[in-house]
Design a protein around this ligand. Structure first.
Ligand code: 5AD
Ligand code: SF4
Length: 477
Protein backbone atom coordinates (compact mmCIF):
# COMPACT_ATOMS: atom_id res chain seq x y z
CA UNK A 1 0.00 0.00 0.00
CA UNK A 2 1.59 3.32 -1.01
CA UNK A 3 1.74 5.76 1.85
CA UNK A 4 -0.73 8.64 1.51
CA UNK A 5 1.14 11.84 2.12
CA UNK A 6 -0.45 13.97 4.85
CA UNK A 7 -0.04 17.70 5.25
CA UNK A 8 -0.76 19.99 8.17
CA UNK A 9 -3.37 22.59 7.27
CA UNK A 10 -1.53 25.97 6.93
CA UNK A 11 -4.30 27.51 9.06
CA UNK A 12 -3.10 25.36 11.95
CA UNK A 13 0.40 26.78 11.63
CA UNK A 14 -1.11 30.28 11.68
CA UNK A 15 -2.89 29.31 14.90
CA UNK A 16 0.47 28.29 16.34
CA UNK A 17 1.89 31.67 15.40
CA UNK A 18 -1.04 33.37 17.11
CA UNK A 19 -0.18 31.33 20.22
CA UNK A 20 3.40 32.60 19.91
CA UNK A 21 2.06 36.17 19.97
CA UNK A 22 0.01 35.34 23.07
CA UNK A 23 3.03 33.77 24.77
CA UNK A 24 5.05 36.83 23.82
CA UNK A 25 2.67 38.93 25.93
CA UNK A 26 2.93 36.51 28.84
CA UNK A 27 6.67 35.87 28.68
CA UNK A 28 7.61 39.54 28.44
CA UNK A 29 4.97 40.82 30.92
CA UNK A 30 7.62 41.89 33.45
CA UNK A 31 9.44 43.93 30.80
CA UNK A 32 12.35 41.50 30.66
CA UNK A 33 13.36 39.63 27.53
CA UNK A 34 13.08 35.87 28.16
CA UNK A 35 15.99 33.67 27.09
CA UNK A 36 15.83 30.26 25.45
CA UNK A 37 18.48 27.56 25.13
CA UNK A 38 18.04 25.03 22.31
CA UNK A 39 20.48 22.14 22.67
CA UNK A 40 20.75 19.93 19.59
CA UNK A 41 22.09 16.38 19.28
CA UNK A 42 22.50 14.21 16.19
CA UNK A 43 22.15 14.79 12.48
CA UNK A 44 21.61 17.79 10.20
CA UNK A 45 17.90 17.08 10.10
CA UNK A 46 17.85 17.76 13.82
CA UNK A 47 19.83 20.97 13.28
CA UNK A 48 17.18 21.99 10.78
CA UNK A 49 14.39 21.11 13.23
CA UNK A 50 16.07 23.21 15.91
CA UNK A 51 15.97 26.16 13.54
CA UNK A 52 12.17 25.78 13.53
CA UNK A 53 12.07 25.58 17.34
CA UNK A 54 14.15 28.77 17.46
CA UNK A 55 11.85 30.36 14.90
CA UNK A 56 8.86 29.78 17.13
CA UNK A 57 10.78 30.87 20.24
CA UNK A 58 11.90 34.09 18.53
CA UNK A 59 8.24 34.83 17.74
CA UNK A 60 7.53 34.38 21.44
CA UNK A 61 10.01 37.17 22.09
CA UNK A 62 12.88 35.00 23.28
CA UNK A 63 16.52 35.85 22.91
CA UNK A 64 18.99 32.97 22.91
CA UNK A 65 21.66 31.72 25.28
CA UNK A 66 23.90 28.67 25.57
CA UNK A 67 23.88 28.86 29.34
CA UNK A 68 21.25 26.71 31.04
CA UNK A 69 21.49 28.86 34.20
CA UNK A 70 20.35 31.91 32.22
CA UNK A 71 17.56 30.23 30.29
CA UNK A 72 13.83 30.59 30.93
CA UNK A 73 13.02 27.88 28.37
CA UNK A 74 15.31 24.93 27.61
CA UNK A 75 14.62 22.63 24.67
CA UNK A 76 16.77 19.53 24.24
CA UNK A 77 16.41 18.17 20.71
CA UNK A 78 17.53 14.55 20.90
CA UNK A 79 18.89 11.77 18.69
CA UNK A 80 18.19 8.04 18.87
CA UNK A 81 20.55 6.61 16.27
CA UNK A 82 23.07 5.27 18.78
CA UNK A 83 23.02 4.55 22.49
CA UNK A 84 25.94 6.87 23.12
CA UNK A 85 23.92 9.95 22.04
CA UNK A 86 21.03 8.85 24.27
CA UNK A 87 23.31 8.45 27.27
CA UNK A 88 24.70 11.94 26.74
CA UNK A 89 21.19 13.36 26.51
CA UNK A 90 20.03 11.60 29.67
CA UNK A 91 23.12 12.71 31.59
CA UNK A 92 22.71 16.31 30.49
CA UNK A 93 18.95 16.39 31.09
CA UNK A 94 19.48 14.99 34.60
CA UNK A 95 22.04 17.69 35.28
CA UNK A 96 19.52 20.39 34.35
CA UNK A 97 17.96 19.98 37.79
CA UNK A 98 20.72 22.29 39.14
CA UNK A 99 19.74 25.08 36.76
CA UNK A 100 16.07 24.58 37.55
CA UNK A 101 16.71 24.76 41.27
CA UNK A 102 18.41 28.10 40.69
CA UNK A 103 15.57 29.30 38.42
CA UNK A 104 12.33 27.66 39.59
CA UNK A 105 10.28 29.24 36.77
CA UNK A 106 12.34 27.54 34.12
CA UNK A 107 10.58 25.26 31.59
CA UNK A 108 12.46 22.17 30.39
CA UNK A 109 11.33 20.45 27.17
CA UNK A 110 12.83 17.33 25.58
CA UNK A 111 11.93 16.55 21.97
CA UNK A 112 13.20 14.71 18.90
CA UNK A 113 13.86 11.11 17.94
CA UNK A 114 14.87 9.73 21.34
CA UNK A 115 11.57 10.57 23.01
CA UNK A 116 9.52 9.10 20.17
CA UNK A 117 10.54 5.66 21.52
CA UNK A 118 7.99 4.61 24.08
CA UNK A 119 10.51 3.26 26.59
CA UNK A 120 12.39 6.57 26.54
CA UNK A 121 9.27 8.69 27.04
CA UNK A 122 8.45 6.41 29.98
CA UNK A 123 11.93 6.79 31.40
CA UNK A 124 11.65 10.57 31.28
CA UNK A 125 8.24 10.40 32.90
CA UNK A 126 9.35 8.14 35.75
CA UNK A 127 12.91 9.23 36.46
CA UNK A 128 13.37 12.82 35.23
CA UNK A 129 10.98 15.08 37.13
CA UNK A 130 12.95 18.10 35.89
CA UNK A 131 11.30 17.65 32.47
CA UNK A 132 8.01 19.55 31.95
CA UNK A 133 7.33 18.81 28.30
CA UNK A 134 8.14 15.91 25.99
CA UNK A 135 7.23 15.84 22.30
CA UNK A 136 8.24 13.69 19.32
CA UNK A 137 9.29 14.83 15.83
CA UNK A 138 5.70 14.61 14.55
CA UNK A 139 4.50 17.17 17.10
CA UNK A 140 7.17 19.80 16.48
CA UNK A 141 4.79 21.96 14.45
CA UNK A 142 2.61 22.46 17.54
CA UNK A 143 5.39 23.32 19.97
CA UNK A 144 3.80 26.71 20.91
CA UNK A 145 0.52 25.01 21.86
CA UNK A 146 2.36 22.43 23.98
CA UNK A 147 4.41 25.12 25.68
CA UNK A 148 1.22 27.02 26.46
CA UNK A 149 -0.22 23.92 28.12
CA UNK A 150 2.80 23.82 30.42
CA UNK A 151 2.52 27.54 31.19
CA UNK A 152 -1.23 27.26 31.87
CA UNK A 153 -0.58 24.46 34.35
CA UNK A 154 2.06 26.61 36.03
CA UNK A 155 -0.38 29.47 36.35
CA UNK A 156 -2.93 27.17 37.95
CA UNK A 157 -0.13 26.16 40.33
CA UNK A 158 -0.63 22.63 39.02
CA UNK A 159 3.09 21.95 39.00
CA UNK A 160 2.73 18.22 38.75
CA UNK A 161 1.00 18.47 35.41
CA UNK A 162 3.52 17.56 32.74
CA UNK A 163 2.83 17.42 29.01
CA UNK A 164 3.72 14.34 26.94
CA UNK A 165 3.00 14.35 23.18
CA UNK A 166 4.57 11.31 21.55
CA UNK A 167 1.65 9.55 19.87
CA UNK A 168 2.53 7.04 17.15
CA UNK A 169 2.26 8.68 13.75
CA UNK A 170 3.51 8.25 10.18
CA UNK A 171 4.23 11.96 10.00
CA UNK A 172 3.03 14.83 7.86
CA UNK A 173 4.48 17.79 5.96
CA UNK A 174 4.06 21.15 7.69
CA UNK A 175 4.77 24.33 5.71
CA UNK A 176 5.04 27.85 7.09
CA UNK A 177 6.81 27.22 10.41
CA UNK A 178 9.03 30.25 11.07
CA UNK A 179 12.75 29.56 10.90
CA UNK A 180 15.62 31.15 12.69
CA UNK A 181 18.78 29.97 11.00
CA UNK A 182 22.06 29.44 12.75
CA UNK A 183 24.47 30.91 10.22
CA UNK A 184 24.57 33.53 7.51
CA UNK A 185 26.65 31.64 4.94
CA UNK A 186 25.45 28.02 5.02
CA UNK A 187 21.86 26.88 5.20
CA UNK A 188 20.02 23.59 5.56
CA UNK A 189 16.97 23.07 3.39
CA UNK A 190 14.81 20.04 4.24
CA UNK A 191 13.25 18.59 1.11
CA UNK A 192 11.68 15.51 2.66
CA UNK A 193 11.17 13.80 5.97
CA UNK A 194 11.16 10.21 7.21
CA UNK A 195 12.51 6.99 5.78
CA UNK A 196 10.99 3.87 4.21
CA UNK A 197 14.05 1.69 4.06
CA UNK A 198 14.05 -0.15 7.36
CA UNK A 199 17.72 -1.04 7.40
CA UNK A 200 17.68 -3.69 10.12
CA UNK A 201 19.95 -1.78 12.53
CA UNK A 202 18.25 1.60 12.24
CA UNK A 203 15.67 3.24 14.47
CA UNK A 204 14.99 6.20 12.15
CA UNK A 205 11.99 4.79 10.24
CA UNK A 206 10.29 4.01 13.56
CA UNK A 207 10.75 7.47 15.03
CA UNK A 208 10.59 9.74 11.98
CA UNK A 209 7.83 7.96 10.10
CA UNK A 210 7.33 7.36 6.39
CA UNK A 211 9.00 9.23 3.55
CA UNK A 212 7.16 12.37 2.60
CA UNK A 213 8.35 15.03 0.20
CA UNK A 214 7.80 18.75 0.27
CA UNK A 215 6.33 20.20 -2.92
CA UNK A 216 8.95 21.48 -5.40
CA UNK A 217 7.39 24.96 -5.36
CA UNK A 218 7.75 25.21 -1.57
CA UNK A 219 11.39 24.09 -1.78
CA UNK A 220 12.14 26.49 -4.63
CA UNK A 221 10.54 29.39 -2.78
CA UNK A 222 12.72 28.71 0.26
CA UNK A 223 15.84 28.28 -1.88
CA UNK A 224 15.22 31.56 -3.73
CA UNK A 225 14.78 33.33 -0.43
CA UNK A 226 18.05 31.89 0.87
CA UNK A 227 19.92 33.11 -2.19
CA UNK A 228 18.31 36.54 -1.86
CA UNK A 229 19.34 36.68 1.79
CA UNK A 230 22.93 36.03 0.72
CA UNK A 231 23.41 32.38 1.71
CA UNK A 232 26.21 30.88 -0.37
CA UNK A 233 26.06 27.20 0.55
CA UNK A 234 22.75 25.34 0.51
CA UNK A 235 22.39 21.71 1.57
CA UNK A 236 19.24 19.85 0.56
CA UNK A 237 18.38 17.49 3.39
CA UNK A 238 16.57 14.20 3.67
CA UNK A 239 17.19 10.76 5.16
CA UNK A 240 17.32 9.42 1.62
CA UNK A 241 17.10 12.30 -0.84
CA UNK A 242 17.25 9.92 -3.79
CA UNK A 243 13.70 8.85 -3.21
CA UNK A 244 12.46 12.44 -3.29
CA UNK A 245 9.18 12.87 -5.12
CA UNK A 246 8.02 9.25 -5.07
CA UNK A 247 5.01 10.26 -2.99
CA UNK A 248 4.10 13.31 -5.07
CA UNK A 249 1.49 13.49 -7.81
CA UNK A 250 3.88 15.43 -10.02
CA UNK A 251 6.42 13.38 -11.95
CA UNK A 252 9.51 14.92 -10.34
CA UNK A 253 12.52 13.10 -8.98
CA UNK A 254 15.57 14.24 -7.02
CA UNK A 255 17.71 14.91 -10.08
CA UNK A 256 14.93 17.13 -11.49
CA UNK A 257 14.76 19.01 -8.22
CA UNK A 258 18.52 19.49 -8.15
CA UNK A 259 18.38 20.97 -11.64
CA UNK A 260 15.56 23.32 -10.66
CA UNK A 261 17.32 24.59 -7.54
CA UNK A 262 20.64 25.06 -9.28
CA UNK A 263 18.89 27.11 -12.00
CA UNK A 264 18.13 29.82 -9.44
CA UNK A 265 20.26 32.85 -10.40
CA UNK A 266 23.06 33.75 -7.96
CA UNK A 267 26.45 32.58 -6.79
CA UNK A 268 26.02 29.62 -4.46
CA UNK A 269 27.05 25.99 -3.95
CA UNK A 270 24.37 23.35 -3.84
CA UNK A 271 24.86 20.15 -1.82
CA UNK A 272 22.66 17.37 -0.56
CA UNK A 273 22.61 14.53 1.90
CA UNK A 274 22.04 11.64 2.41
CA UNK A 275 21.92 9.34 -0.61
CA UNK A 276 21.06 5.69 -0.40
CA UNK A 277 23.25 3.77 -2.88
CA UNK A 278 20.35 1.63 -4.07
CA UNK A 279 18.56 4.73 -5.41
CA UNK A 280 21.55 6.71 -6.71
CA UNK A 281 20.98 6.81 -10.46
CA UNK A 282 23.01 7.64 -13.55
CA UNK A 283 20.59 10.51 -14.10
CA UNK A 284 21.60 11.93 -10.71
CA UNK A 285 25.33 11.73 -11.51
CA UNK A 286 24.78 13.29 -14.93
CA UNK A 287 22.74 16.10 -13.39
CA UNK A 288 25.42 16.74 -10.75
CA UNK A 289 28.07 16.91 -13.48
CA UNK A 290 25.98 19.25 -15.65
CA UNK A 291 24.76 21.67 -13.01
CA UNK A 292 27.46 24.22 -12.43
CA UNK A 293 26.38 25.06 -8.88
CA UNK A 294 26.17 21.49 -7.71
CA UNK A 295 29.11 20.42 -5.54
CA UNK A 296 30.93 17.37 -6.81
CA UNK A 297 30.44 15.66 -3.50
CA UNK A 298 28.32 12.70 -2.66
CA UNK A 299 27.84 11.13 0.73
CA UNK A 300 27.06 7.52 -0.12
CA UNK A 301 26.89 5.37 3.01
CA UNK A 302 28.15 1.87 2.22
CA UNK A 303 27.82 0.53 5.82
CA UNK A 304 29.78 -2.68 5.08
CA UNK A 305 31.93 -4.30 2.40
CA UNK A 306 30.54 -7.79 2.97
CA UNK A 307 27.69 -9.13 0.87
CA UNK A 308 26.33 -11.25 3.70
CA UNK A 309 26.30 -8.35 6.13
CA UNK A 310 24.76 -5.99 3.55
CA UNK A 311 21.96 -8.49 3.05
CA UNK A 312 21.43 -8.88 6.79
CA UNK A 313 21.31 -5.08 7.00
CA UNK A 314 18.57 -5.04 4.32
CA UNK A 315 20.53 -2.56 2.24
CA UNK A 316 19.34 -3.80 -1.19
CA UNK A 317 22.77 -3.69 -2.88
CA UNK A 318 25.89 -5.80 -2.76
CA UNK A 319 29.55 -4.88 -2.86
CA UNK A 320 29.80 -5.17 -6.65
CA UNK A 321 26.73 -2.96 -7.19
CA UNK A 322 28.15 -0.32 -4.84
CA UNK A 323 31.52 -0.33 -6.61
CA UNK A 324 29.76 0.01 -9.95
CA UNK A 325 27.85 3.06 -8.72
CA UNK A 326 31.08 4.65 -7.53
CA UNK A 327 32.79 3.99 -10.85
CA UNK A 328 29.83 5.46 -12.72
CA UNK A 329 29.75 8.56 -10.54
CA UNK A 330 33.48 9.07 -11.02
CA UNK A 331 33.12 8.68 -14.76
CA UNK A 332 30.78 11.68 -14.75
CA UNK A 333 32.80 13.61 -12.15
CA UNK A 334 36.50 12.68 -12.12
CA UNK A 335 37.03 15.19 -9.28
CA UNK A 336 34.22 13.69 -7.16
CA UNK A 337 34.64 13.86 -3.38
CA UNK A 338 33.15 10.68 -1.96
CA UNK A 339 32.33 10.22 1.72
CA UNK A 340 30.62 7.36 3.50
CA UNK A 341 29.25 5.87 6.72
CA UNK A 342 30.38 2.49 8.00
CA UNK A 343 29.10 0.33 10.82
CA UNK A 344 31.60 -1.97 12.50
CA UNK A 345 30.48 -5.00 14.48
CA UNK A 346 27.00 -5.51 13.05
CA UNK A 347 25.54 -8.64 14.75
CA UNK A 348 27.35 -11.74 13.52
CA UNK A 349 30.03 -9.83 11.57
CA UNK A 350 33.06 -12.14 11.32
CA UNK A 351 36.70 -11.14 11.10
CA UNK A 352 36.66 -11.99 7.39
CA UNK A 353 33.56 -9.93 6.80
CA UNK A 354 35.17 -6.99 8.56
CA UNK A 355 38.21 -7.42 6.33
CA UNK A 356 35.88 -7.18 3.34
CA UNK A 357 34.98 -3.72 4.63
CA UNK A 358 38.65 -2.78 4.94
CA UNK A 359 39.38 -3.97 1.41
CA UNK A 360 36.39 -2.08 0.02
CA UNK A 361 37.67 1.10 1.66
CA UNK A 362 41.14 0.55 0.19
CA UNK A 363 39.55 0.02 -3.19
CA UNK A 364 37.26 3.06 -3.12
CA UNK A 365 39.60 5.36 -1.18
CA UNK A 366 36.89 7.49 0.41
CA UNK A 367 37.74 11.12 1.07
CA UNK A 368 36.20 10.84 4.51
CA UNK A 369 34.62 8.01 6.44
CA UNK A 370 32.18 8.34 9.33
CA UNK A 371 32.64 5.16 11.30
CA UNK A 372 30.41 3.77 14.04
CA UNK A 373 30.39 0.74 16.28
CA UNK A 374 27.05 -1.02 15.95
CA UNK A 375 24.62 0.06 18.65
CA UNK A 376 21.65 -2.13 19.49
CA UNK A 377 18.33 -0.29 19.05
CA UNK A 378 15.24 -1.59 20.81
CA UNK A 379 12.56 -2.75 18.37
CA UNK A 380 14.77 -3.09 15.28
CA UNK A 381 15.25 -6.52 13.61
CA UNK A 382 19.03 -6.51 14.21
CA UNK A 383 18.46 -6.22 17.97
CA UNK A 384 17.35 -9.85 18.05
CA UNK A 385 20.14 -11.22 15.84
CA UNK A 386 22.87 -13.29 17.56
CA UNK A 387 25.87 -11.08 18.31
CA UNK A 388 28.72 -13.20 19.65
CA UNK A 389 31.51 -10.68 19.01
CA UNK A 390 32.66 -8.90 22.17
CA UNK A 391 32.75 -5.14 22.59
CA UNK A 392 36.56 -5.30 22.88
CA UNK A 393 36.83 -7.11 19.53
CA UNK A 394 34.56 -4.55 17.93
CA UNK A 395 36.66 -1.75 19.37
CA UNK A 396 39.80 -3.29 17.83
CA UNK A 397 38.11 -3.47 14.44
CA UNK A 398 36.93 0.09 14.82
CA UNK A 399 40.48 1.25 15.61
CA UNK A 400 41.85 -0.53 12.54
CA UNK A 401 39.23 1.09 10.34
CA UNK A 402 39.90 4.52 11.82
CA UNK A 403 43.59 4.10 11.17
CA UNK A 404 42.89 3.24 7.55
CA UNK A 405 40.47 6.17 7.17
CA UNK A 406 43.04 8.57 8.58
CA UNK A 407 45.81 7.26 6.36
CA UNK A 408 43.72 7.59 3.20
CA UNK A 409 42.43 11.02 4.17
CA UNK A 410 45.98 12.22 4.95
CA UNK A 411 47.21 10.93 1.59
CA UNK A 412 44.35 12.59 -0.25
CA UNK A 413 45.01 15.84 1.57
CA UNK A 414 48.71 15.76 0.72
CA UNK A 415 47.84 15.51 -2.96
CA UNK A 416 46.19 18.95 -2.74
CA UNK A 417 49.37 20.66 -1.55
CA UNK A 418 50.56 23.17 -4.13
CA UNK A 419 47.13 23.39 -5.80
CA UNK A 420 44.88 26.44 -5.91
CA UNK A 421 41.26 25.70 -5.01
CA UNK A 422 38.10 27.79 -5.00
CA UNK A 423 36.72 27.87 -1.47
CA UNK A 424 33.88 29.52 0.40
CA UNK A 425 35.04 31.29 3.56
CA UNK A 426 32.51 30.38 6.24
CA UNK A 427 33.86 31.59 9.57
CA UNK A 428 36.75 32.20 11.93
CA UNK A 429 38.76 29.42 13.55
CA UNK A 430 39.69 31.44 16.63
CA UNK A 431 43.29 30.28 16.12
CA UNK A 432 46.36 31.89 14.62
CA UNK A 433 47.91 31.98 12.10
CA UNK A 434 45.18 30.20 10.11
CA UNK A 435 42.34 32.37 11.35
CA UNK A 436 39.65 31.60 8.76
CA UNK A 437 37.79 28.41 8.00
CA UNK A 438 36.54 27.60 4.53
CA UNK A 439 35.30 24.69 2.44
CA UNK A 440 36.02 23.52 -1.06
CA UNK A 441 33.09 22.68 -3.30
CA UNK A 442 33.70 19.04 -2.32
CA UNK A 443 33.27 19.99 1.33
CA UNK A 444 36.97 19.77 2.33
CA UNK A 445 37.95 21.89 5.29
CA UNK A 446 40.60 24.53 4.47
CA UNK A 447 42.10 26.75 7.17
CA UNK A 448 43.21 30.05 5.72
CA UNK A 449 45.20 33.08 6.66
CA UNK A 450 43.20 36.15 5.71
CA UNK A 451 40.92 39.06 6.43
CA UNK A 452 37.68 38.18 8.34
CA UNK A 453 35.89 40.52 5.91
CA UNK A 454 36.14 37.62 3.44
CA UNK A 455 33.57 35.57 5.40
CA UNK A 456 30.70 34.72 3.08
CA UNK A 457 32.82 35.10 -0.05
CA UNK A 458 34.31 32.68 -2.55
CA UNK A 459 38.10 33.05 -2.82
CA UNK A 460 40.98 31.17 -4.41
CA UNK A 461 43.16 29.42 -1.85
CA UNK A 462 46.70 28.24 -2.46
CA UNK A 463 47.20 25.07 -0.40
CA UNK A 464 50.53 25.06 1.36
CA UNK A 465 50.27 22.22 3.84
CA UNK A 466 47.85 19.62 5.22
CA UNK A 467 47.21 16.96 7.83
CA UNK A 468 44.68 14.15 8.30
CA UNK A 469 41.79 16.49 9.03
CA UNK A 470 42.33 19.66 7.04
CA UNK A 471 44.17 21.63 4.39
CA UNK A 472 45.98 24.89 5.16
CA UNK A 473 46.59 27.75 2.77
CA UNK A 474 46.82 31.36 1.76
CA UNK A 475 44.26 33.53 0.00
CA UNK A 476 45.37 34.26 -3.55
CA UNK A 477 44.89 37.98 -4.13
N1 5AD B 1 24.43 1.59 15.24
C1 5AD B 1 25.51 2.22 14.72
N2 5AD B 1 25.43 3.08 13.71
C2 5AD B 1 24.22 3.34 13.18
N3 5AD B 1 23.83 4.14 12.18
C3 5AD B 1 22.50 4.05 12.04
N4 5AD B 1 22.00 3.20 12.97
C4 5AD B 1 23.06 2.73 13.67
C5 5AD B 1 23.20 1.81 14.74
N5 5AD B 1 22.15 1.17 15.26
C6 5AD B 1 24.78 4.90 11.36
C7 5AD B 1 24.70 4.52 9.89
C8 5AD B 1 24.02 5.70 9.28
C9 5AD B 1 24.50 6.83 10.17
C10 5AD B 1 23.69 8.06 10.11
O1 5AD B 1 24.46 6.28 11.46
O2 5AD B 1 26.01 4.38 9.42
O3 5AD B 1 24.38 5.88 7.93
FE1 SF4 C 1 18.26 4.41 8.70
FE2 SF4 C 1 18.64 3.03 6.42
FE3 SF4 C 1 16.74 4.97 6.54
FE4 SF4 C 1 19.32 5.67 6.57
S1 SF4 C 1 18.26 4.62 4.87
S2 SF4 C 1 17.70 6.45 7.94
S3 SF4 C 1 20.26 3.96 7.70
S4 SF4 C 1 16.78 3.03 7.68
Amino acid sequence: MPYRRKTIDPEKIKEQQAICAELFERLTADGRRPLAFVDTYGCQQNEADSEKLRGYLAEMGCGFTQDEFQADVIVVNTCAVREHAEMRVLGNVGALSHAKKARPGQIVAVCGCMVQQEHMAQKLKMSYPVVDLVFGPHELWRFPELLRQVMDARERRDDRRRVFATAKDDGAVAEGIPLRRDGTVKAWLSIMYGCNNFCTYCIVPYVRGRERSRLPEDILREARQLVEEGYKDITLLGQNVNSYGKDLDEPVDFADLLRMVSAIPGDFVLRFMTSHPKDATEKLFRTMAECEKCAHHIHLPVQSGSDRVLKAMNRHYDRAAYLEKVALARRYMPDLVLTTDIIVGFPGETEEEFEDTLSLCEEVRFDAMFTFIYSKRVGTPAASMPDPCTRAEKQLRFDRLTELANRISGEKHRAYEGQTLRVLVDGETGKEPYNLSSRTSGGRLVHLRGDPALIGQFVDAHITTSNTWALYGEVVE
